[in-house]
Design a protein around this ligand. Sequence first.
Ligand SMILES: [Zn+2]
Length: 480
Amino acid sequence: MSQKVVIERVQVRGAAPYLGMSATPDGQQVPLYSTNPDIVMRWLCDGWRCRYNQLRSRRTRWDRNTQSAVPLGGKPDMRSDRQVRLECSWFAAIPAMVLQSPNRIENTDWWSANKRRKTLKKKHRNPGMTPRFKKRRDDLYFVCWHNKGANANYRQLNRRHGEVVITGQNPGAYRLDGQPCRYSIHIRVRVSQPVRDYTSVGVNWTRRTLVFVNDPLPIRRERTGAMVGLDRGCVHTLATSDNRFLDLPKQRLERIDREIRRRQKAQARRIAMSGETVKQYRRHASRTYERTGREISRLYAKAHRIIDDWQHKTTSMLVREYDLIVLEDLNLQDMSRKAKAKPDPDRPGAYLHNGQSAKRGLNHALRSAGLAGIVEKLEYKTRLTGQNRLILVNPAYTSQTCSKCGHCAKENRESQADFECRQCHARMNADLNAARNILDRGLDHLIGLDEAEHARTESDVPTAYSSRDASALTCGTSTR
Ligand SMILES: [Zn+2]
């Protein structure tokens, strides 16, 4: 959790930082100094990346041919922070709080990536490659520890602006006469909220953003006693049991989607014209092709930001308004899996229609709604307030059961949107009906838990609508 702010201006004050030795055309080594903010920030980012990669080079990967662990990049660099500062001139004046931070960050990056690969392997999915080095073409980035005021101190300048000051000093041998030895880099940022206590700052110089790494803000709320069931779907992202539809900004997302498609078509055309396979073409791809690729990834990132923002706003609203939130426990991974290939019994090597193209559309809609993200955010936000309760229930037949009389039949659901009960002839929107059923199941589950508590028989919990994992059901404390 963190606070992200925009960098407006950078100033270098005090001494000109010593950036390292540079070779002149006639082969002489001369020390390099600069007060140009862009050059100084790049120097910090490059230094940070260099140290990160030095630490990364100590990691190993499994070599299948020799059946042994080999270092990632040939020769591991085992030098300590102190040693590299003496031996590599470009590290000499980098602040200690910047030079030390890759130690921990590289470690967490490495182990979280490996854990992710392990869980993916368990699910029989492609684990991806072993994490490698930070590339030069990645975003320019560095981290500076705050360390209780040791460096990267923040100061509020006025209501909308503040300043982060990173200080350092030039090594004794490279101090210029008549100049102070210390330099300070003043990063002026625009803030919209008060900055909370932080442990470190991360600076992305490519995007001109700065992140304060800190704890999330506690959500203040009053008890409302309201309860809600939520049905997640493709047409309406969320339907609530009190007759509301909460939808993603579909039009904006669709416009981005169209832009992506257009660019993807342009790329495909280039490949088709060249008469090569994708792999062959990529080896000597044109600049336009590469640029289109970058535009596509930027558009994807934009769509992702829109969805993430909507999810944050919606889940915050839900957590503020309702004491009890009931969701269906969808197994999204199974739902969005590819349809199985159906071989044709008459023609060997050929396949029958298996509905993959129809399923692909659904997969796309599900993923774009990012349903897993809603559950994730609700889980941590209910934990933050400590008053809410989140329950996940088995969603089987919620869309076919009547929420009024409980009659369950396939014919009840007329189409995607309409629901009409065959028994009591109640008509309503299918999604809203499902949301009410989900709330009912959540309440049944709560009653079941209470009865179990009274009877004090732990082995015989009446779970009429038991979910897959009863222990994962509740987050936060009880509302009762
Ligand atoms: Zn009915």
